[in-house]
Design a protein around this ligand. Structure first.
Ligand code: PEP
Length: 251
């Protein structure tokens, strides 16, 4: 999977048992058809993970969580879901530090490092989400901001690193950076991961922010773009399937 393109959906706080089944049924064929070249996954709300895992058994679809508790050991943390629990119901990966978590739950590098470490200890692959706000980009601070967000990787002793670069201003807005901006940031992220984690580290850097069926092929062809993290367009089987296809058979 460290040589493949990745296409990961982020359902956010969406779904129902019935809607999930319909959506997944439309995905199994395109996911299986792409399996040799594309690692496909869905990050879903925790309450649905076990059901999705069971429904997706015998398919190539990976299942992940959208967040994980910062607390390492199960116990008196009402409402929290630990990395061990996510792994227990079959999650394979987890998003860490999505901008909505940073914005609404004040998640900073200290918390996110704990989440990364808990995930790794439980056998989950963390996908660290980074990205600047519009004000930060307009102030010319995007490289500084992303470098600071990545700096926690130095503490984690990692041999495999998955990062999603998601400019906050591109998430759910229909605005996408030009390919030169994506290429420049992904190259910077690669360089920083190599310098923080050593040259033998395995790396995947995904782009996220308004990826859709129409722009996926162009974005996925940008250098150092190893895949896509897809929000809105992952909620329809047709658009998510088209993005998966763009990852290995661009039109
Ligand atoms: C996201 O929230 O991770 C995301 C990329 O959303 P969207 O594709 O809807 O911009």
């Amino acid at each position: 999977m460290w040589q493949q393109k990745w296409v990961i959906g982020n359902w956010k706080m969406n779904g129902s048992n019935a809607a999930n089944r319909t959506l997944l049924q439309g995905l199994f064929q395109p996911v299986n058809a792409a399996a040799a070249q594309v690692y496909c996954g869905i990050a879903a709300p925790n309450v649905y993970l076990a059901g999705i895992k069971e429904f997706a058994a015998n398919t190539a679809l990976a299942v992940g969580a959208e967040d994980v508790s910062q607390f390492a050991v199960n116990g008196a943390f009402t409402g929290e879901v630990s990395a061990q629990m996510l792994a227990d119901v079959g999650a394979q990966f987890v998003l860490v530090g999505h901008s909505e978590r940073r914005q609404y739950f004040q998640e900073d590098n200290t918390i996110l490092l704990e989440k990364m470490q808990n995930s790794i200890a439980a056998g989950l692959l963390p996908i660290l989400c980074v990205g600047e706000t519009l004000a930060e980009r307009e102030a010319g601070q995007e490289e500084q901001v992303v470098a600071a967000q990545l700096s926690l990787l130095a503490e984690a002793d990692l041999s495999e690193v998955a990062v999603a670069y998601e400019p906050v201003w591109a998430i759910g807005t229909g605005k996408v950076p030009v390919t030169e901006q994506i290429a420049a940031m992904h190259e910077l992220i690669y360089r920083q991961i190599l310098s923080l984690c050593g040259k033998d580290v395995k790396i995947r850097v995904l782009y996220g922010g308004s990826v859709n069926a129409g722009n996926a092929a162009e974005i996925l062809a940008v250098s150092h773009v190893d895949g896509a993290l897809v929000g809105g367009a992952s909620l329809q089987a047709d658009s998510f399937a088209a993005i998966i296809q763009a990852a290995y058979a661009p039109a």
